[in-house]
Design a protein around this ligand. Structure first.
Ligand SMILES: [Zn+2]
Length: 91
């Protein structure tokens, strides 16, 4: 079970971060929170080397922000019960 944070991960939309923009790595999707959010979907994140839009698509498809993180992320059981407010970005 992952500890719930006060802040929402910009990639997977789970509440996993203590705060926003603190370069915390989300245990659910492995996105490093460099402060960017939906307003910067198509900018390449310096910390993650991909755009947030790509990372969000990866999470929906693979359960991780990036192919390389698939083996590192929390299992479905581990993230079970964790608060998530899914935000639509498919436009
Ligand atoms: Zn995340």
């Amino acid at each position: 079970m992952i500890a719930e944070g006060r802040a929402q991960c910009p990639c997977c939309d789970y509440y996993t971060l203590r705060d926003r923009g603190g370069n915390e790595v989300c245990p659910v999707c492995y996105w490093e929170d460099d402060g960017a959010d939906l307003e910067a979907l198509d900018e390449v994140s310096p910390a993650n080397h991909i755009t947030l839009r790509s990372a969000r698509k990866n999470f929906e498809r693979l359960g991780a922000s990036d192919q390389a993180a698939v083996s590192l992320v929390a299992s479905a059981e581990e993230r079970d019960g964790l608060r998530r407010e899914q935000r639509a970005t498919y436009f």
